[in-house]
Design a protein around this ligand. Structure first.
Ligand code: TMP
Ligand code: ASP
Length: 244
């Protein structure tokens, strides 16, 4: 089916969202090269990041779909563009951690790299003005980020299932999935689908053997070799999963 890109409806930090001509059920996503961290206090650019991240995210979303996870992905248009189902985004950044790192390591003054006995699930309220604060289930209900306890239960269960699948996906390419952030949305029929993206911008990925960081922490922490590492993630994934 041929889709025609409509007008710009929203520009985010890493993506632009356009409408799709003649459809209220779909939107068009363009992956940008912009890099931001710390709520856009730090800005940068990586040439071709949009192309690399779009390919990584496509490959992951297709893998999740093959494993029964409903995602927004509809059509892979070209190297920077995809058509997805329009969702009413649940304003929660759902973070799952397998190994301690980042904000939670800092919060408890524990060393990064500490393995967690069970995956740890956290919610952050998606609100740039408030700097995406940590919230719990009851606060999520209070601010009406979700409309029922049932939705919270569904989101948690989906996030844990996605963590299980993604851990295997990355382990097969010798990458340790330390943690990641995902977003969900509700369809016009009221069903919860996985939205947004899954890329080295939104995950912590460490080489299984060297523990070298292969994700956006290289930009956040000025570690260099960012493009080399993003490309390495893509190459490993494509080699193992690309043709499936
Ligand atoms: P954190 O340790 O900073 O809370 O980050 C947890 C995970 O979520 C990490 O993989 C990076 C990702 N993340 C985002 O995708 N967007 C964000 O705005 C933040 C703060 C983290
Ligand atoms: N996603 C946030 C930003 O783009 C923060 C981060 O990933 O560090 O500013």
């Amino acid at each position: 089916m041929k889709y025609v890109q409509g007008p710009l409806v929203y520009e985010g930090k890493a993506k632009k969202i356009y409408s799709v001509e003649g459809s209220d059920e779909l939107v068009w996503i363009y992956f940008k090269d912009d890099l931001t961290a710390f709520n856009a206090a730090k800005k940068g650019l990586m040439e071709n990041k949009g192309v690399i991240n779009k390919s990584i995210s496509d490959c992951i979303f297709k893998y999740l779909e093959r494993n029964g996870v409903k995602t927004h992905l509809v059509e892979d248009i070209d190297s920077r563009n995809q058509v997805v189902r329009k969702l009413k985004i649940v304003p929660l950044e759902v973070v799952v951690r397998n190994t301690l790192a980042g904000s939670t390591a800092k919060k408890f003054s524990l060393p990064e790299g500490t393995p967690l006995r069970e995956p740890l699930l956290e919610f952050f309220y998606k609100n740039d003005e408030l700097n995406d604060p940590f919230i719990n289930d009851e606060q999520a209900m209070m601010i009406e980020a979700v409309n029922s306890l049932e939705q919270i239960i569904q989101i948690k269960s989906l996030a844990r299932r996605i963590n299980f699948l993604l851990t295997q996906f990355f382990d097969a390419v010798d990458i340790k999935l330390v943690d990641f952030k995902i977003e969900f949305g509700v369809t016009s029929e009221g069903e919860i689908f996985l939205g947004d993206e899954i890329t080295p911008d939104s995950c912590r990925l460490w080489d299984k053997h060297s523990q070298e960081k292969m994700d956006k922490d290289r930009f956040r922490r000025d570690l260099g070799r960012l493009d080399e590492m993003y490309l390495e993630v893509l190459n490993r994934i494509q080699k193992k999963w690309g043709t499936k």
